[in-house]
Design a protein around this ligand. Structure first.
Ligand code: NAP
Ligand code: LUD
Length: 296
């Protein structure tokens, strides 16, 4: 196996293709009904990472012709203050999607805020009704959460078949691991979820044809944890110290890339893998939501 090299899945390039497709859709929507999709991106406080992601999302909107409504609230805003903003956006007909960047400051209850977003505008797909429908046979959620939807898109556009395959999702968070596992199940994979209390994760991961790593643990998954030829999608985005960089840090995934690349059949890099797809799927959800709202 020593000479084998995984095919690198270029998330950045695939995301760009999707953004080009969306720009064309937005143009034709403008021709048919004279309106542009609108996305409200709400950020509370000034966490550096959240600001970076939000800036990327707003810029990406502009590039495909989605109007972005920017709501920047101070760190000490009250929960009621955030909820009031969400309600205003709910009733604004020019806003078709609402995203509240997470995490929120500790004094604000995330569930209380997210459950205020009307499901027609829930482009993050975090509403319990959307997740519930994702979990149920024969039900279709209005929106799929962006990161899991992006991972699925990477598998499909790389020609990797899912039906009947063994998939292991590492992590069970509401925003990535859990919806990812449900989505793979809907795609007819046989799904196992590994989490922080799992005994012998290594043995379980080694059986997977498809690994989705979303634990937030830098380079946790080693080369010899991977079945030769497996498709490995690395969601992890971990900053590690790197004095050789101007910033003092670099981003690494949950997978030890240098080892995994020698064993896996397909592998996503960090950065340039799942991250850009999350942003592309947000745009896609917004365009789909706008179409639904404008043509009803
Ligand atoms: P999270 O809320 O912290 O959840 C982490 C999950 O991983 C939990 O379910 C936890 O288990 C599990 N876990 C932690 N340590 C583990 C270990 N040693 N072995 C197995 N499972 C372990 O994180 P998240 O929001 O899902 O994000 C996960 C990672 O993806 C982070 O690095 C984040 O930055 C990144 N991310 C990237 C994108 C993107 O678009 N690229 C999007 C979202 C998140 P328990 O449930 O038992 O605690
Ligand atoms: N909250 C997200 N919080 C954090 N990386 C993202 C993310 C792009 N409501 C809500 O957008 O979906 C969300 N909805 N999330 N995340 C994480 C999570 C949220 C993470 C990474 C990236 C979005 C991304 O583009 C780049 C990459 O991996 O190539 C690197 C960017 C860099 O810092 O250089």
């Amino acid at each position: 196996m020593a000479s084998a090299t995984a095919r690198i899945i270029d998330g950045k390039a695939i995301a760009q293709t999707i953004r080009d497709e969306l720009a064309a859709e937005v143009r034709s929507l403008a021709e048919s009904c004279g309106k542009a999709p609108g996305l409200a991106v709400v950020i509370v406080g000034n966490r550096k990472d959240s600001q970076t992601y939000v800036a990327m999302k707003r810029k990406a909107c502009a590039e495909v012709g989605i109007r972005s409504f920017n709501v920047d609230l101070p760190e000490d805003v009250s929960e009621a203050g955030v909820i009031q903003k969400v309600q205003e956006l709910n009733s604004n007909p020019e806003v078709h999607g609402i995203l509240v960047q997470l995490p929120l400051p500790k004094h604000i209850n995330e569930e209380n805020v997210l459950s205020e977003i009307i499901i027609q505008k829930d482009v993050d797909g975090f509403h319990p009704l959307n997740i519930g429908k994702l979990a149920m046979k024969g039900r279709d959620p209005l929106f799929l959460p962006c990161t899991p939807k992006g991972c699925l898109e990477l598998l499909l556009r790389s020609g990797i078949s899912i039906k009947g395959k063994r998939a292991v999702v590492v992590g069970r968070s509401n925003i990535v691991g859990l919806p990812m596992a449900l989505l793979l199940l809907k795609e007819d994979a046989t799904v196992t979820v590994v989490h922080s209390r799992t005994a012998d994760p290594e043995r379980i991961i080694r059986e997977a044809d498809i690994v989705i790593a979303a634990a937030g643990q830098a380079m946790m998954i080693k080369g010899d944890w991977i079945k030769p030829g497996a498709a490995v999608i690395d969601v992890g985005t971990n900053a590690v110290n790197d004095p050789s960089r101007k910033s003092g840090y670099r981003l690494v995934g949950d997978v030890d890339f240098d080892e995994a690349v020698k064993v896996a059949g397909w592998l996503t890099p960090v950065p340039g893998g799942v991250g850009p797809m999350t942003v592309a799927m947000l745009l896609k959800n917004t365009v789909e939501g706008a179409k639904r709202q404008l043509t009803q």
